[in-house]
Design a protein around this ligand. Structure first.
Ligand code: GCU
Length: 603
């Protein structure tokens, strides 16, 4: 049998076996489910021309690399062999694992074998924490699905694709940038490619808890507080019994699902004096258990309220000032994608030394381990989707992509007390199309979660005679007015003391970015760029200037540490790093550190 016929037979067999597999909603709190970690060493090879996906007529081929063909006869022609190929560690970006991949943007194929034992009445879900940017996933040569967006989880029900014994999963990953993507072609961070977060095989019963909500109601009725509880099964099954337990609060209550397979808006009264609210000083998390049949889902949930009153920001009903800093999801010292609690812990310890109680997770949802670690350590969080600079506002597919990322961000973390603000965008140019796009996102965000604040990082719209104005139609949608300003760096060096502000909105104000660059150890006059003295002076002047802003409720200077960016090419100074860190990438404190720390101590 000649090779072509052999491959056709193989692909055809594979195609017949495949029942269309639908993508399923990534289960809430997936790490609390029965899971097999598929992390580790995955074989890979680079496919610059995507010949593993398209034939030489550039039509998608059925005989692609996803079928993992193996020679059977000595004369067989199979021009790839995963098992003979080098490996990359998952989770991890490819850029920092191999010098030749440092600048690589394109397609890479990755494969991993795994064992599986099917059990009656159980389903197998294949969960990815994140893959940047486009992922096409195959199990045993059959397509499970395609996902775009590099920072949110996705999941496939692969029950009909797996078999007892040896299985393999293959992922075609492509991190090429495109105008209509989210983010778009240009962004000021490293385009880390790969399977950047955990991969899990999740073992669930036919009917399982897909999602649940548990949070504190803002209403205070006498000596009682109310916990709001809702739950959704993966399918509309009525009369399923679910028991919710919060032992420390002596709560153990049974609920039954309705015809839609949901438990909707149940109120659990708690005596206020018995409830310790989550806040930075005491980040109290309660052990929570959900029991359904033999399944038990354990979680740790904090209870707090966040709201605004005029220009005030209220945490648990009390005014709070957000002493923040921006941070990318990039490790300290090694500058690679973070992917675990330990990676986060180092960065959090740096923020803590600064005296921070708040972190803006820029410019995309960070991994779940980092969010939970920040929550355990009492950091309030701003979480954002990468609607960054000028994306394709009129492209409906781009909108669907952005909305999907928004929903997935909210869905994964809506039980996290630490997250107080959902941010929809960063530095987007004014236009009707942009307003329409962001307005739709804001409406969606509110429909997904009306317990948190909505914002976005805007830009100063006008400045003349030292008067800075903020006029933005988006203010009708946000709860907090946030904007980036770079007085002292991109404009008006040494003019900060003269500046005044016109912000005509009765809402709290957050300065979501300010700052300037400095190379650690470079010293000189305060007017000499890139010196620590220049950055120190800029911070001193900016902090004094910001103190004059009425309703200032927080700041998140740009940025915690120097980070990789392809847009920063100044040799000897930047060398592909954005140098606006308050710390160097190696954790060295620049002089501005002490200015900001002192300012925050005064808050
Ligand atoms: C922008 C942007 C950041 C960028 C920063 C800078 O405001 O939001 O992503 O890194 O400015 O120029 O350093």
């Amino acid at each position: 049998m000649n090779t072509r016929l052999f491959l056709m037979a193989f692909a055809f067999a594979a195609a017949i076996g495949a029942k269309a597999q639908t993508e399923v909603t990534a289960p809430q709190n997936v790490y609390a489910r029965q899971t097999t970690l598929l992390n580790g060493e995955w074989n890979y090879f680079v496919d610059l021309q995507e010949q593993g996906y398209y034939d030489y007529r550039m039509n998608p081929t059925r005989w692609g690399y996803f079928i993992n063909a193996k020679m059977k006869n000595p004369s067989d022609l199979v021009e790839y062999d995963f098992d003979a190929s080098p490996t990359l560690h998952v989770p991890g970006d490819w850029n920092t694992q191999s010098e030749e991949l440092f600048l690589y943007e394109g397609t890479i194929w990755m494969k991993r074998d795994f064992d599986y034992e099917p059990r009656a009445g159980r389903r197998a879900l294949l969960y990815f924490g994140a893959v940047n940017y486009e992922a096409i996933v195959y199990v045993n040569g059959k397509k499970a699905g395609r996902h775009v967006g590099g920072f949110t989880p996705f999941c496939y029900d692969v029950t009909d694709l797996v078999k007892g014994g040896k299985n393999f999963v293959i992922v075609k990953i492509d991190n090429k940038r495109h105008k209509d993507n989210v983010p778009t072609l240009i962004f000021d961070w490293w385009n880390y490619g790969g399977i950047t977060r955990d991969v899990l095989l999740v073992d669930v019963p036919e009917t399982y808890v897909e999602d649940y909500w548990l949070g504190l109601d803002k209403e205070v009725t006498g000596k009682k507080r109310i916990l709001n509880f809702s739950l959704k099964l993966n399918k509309p099954v009525a009369d399923q019994e679910v028991t919710l337990s919060i032992p420390e609060l002596k709560i153990k209550q049974r609920f039954t699902t309705n015809a839609e397979g949901e438990i909707a808006n149940c109120q659990l009264p708690v005596v206020s004096s018995k409830l310790q609210l989550w806040c930075p000083e005491t980040p109290k998390l309660y052990d929570v258990e959900l029991e359904m049949g033999n399944e038990v889902i354990k979680d740790e949930i904090g209870f707090r309220t966040i709201e605004t009153r005029g220009k005030q920001l209220l945490l648990n009903g009390k005014p709070i000032f957000l002493k923040g800093v921006c941070s990318h999801e990039e490790t300290a010292y090694t500058s690679r994608r973070c992917n675990c609690a330990e990676d986060a812990d180092t960065l959090l310890s740096w923020a803590r030394s600064l005296g921070c109680n708040f972190i803006r997770l820029a410019h995309y949802p960070h991994n779940e381990h980092a969010v939970r670690e920040a929550e355990r350590q009492g950091f309030l969080l701003w979480s954002e989707i990468p609607v960054y600079w000028t994306i394709s506002w009129q492209n409906e597919e781009t909108y669907a992509n952005a909305e999907r990322q928004l929903k997935d961000m909210i869905r994964r973390d809506h039980n996290r007390a630490a997250i107080i603000i959902w941010s929809l965008a960063n530095e987007t140019p004014h236009s009707d199309a942009r307003d329409k796009f962001l307005g739709r996102l804001a409406t969606t965000a509110r429909s997904q979660d009306n317990t948190r604040l909505i914002s976005m990082a805007m830009e100063v719209t006008g400045a003349s005679n030292y008067v800075n104005r903020l006029q933005d139609n988006m203010n009708q949608y946000v709860d907090v007015v946030s904007f980036n300003q770079y007085i002292g760096w991109y404009r008006d060096v040494n003019d900060a003391p003269k500046m005044t502000w016109e912000i005509p909105y009765d809402k709290p104000v957050i300065i979501s970015e300010f700052g300037g660059g400095a190379k650690f150890g470079l010293h000189g006059d305060k007017n000499q760029r890139w010196t620590e003295e220049f950055q120190e002076n800029l911070y001193r002047e900016n902090c004094a200037m910001l103190d004059k802003i009425e309703g200032l409720s927080g700041t998140t200077p740009w940025i915690l540490k120097d980070f990789r960016s392809p847009r920063r090419v100044l040799t000897g100074i930047q060398d592909y790093y954005n140098m606006k860190g308050i710390y160097s990438d190696r954790g060295e404190k620049k002089k501005a550190f002490y200015v900001l720390k002192a300012w925050y101590e005064g808050k």
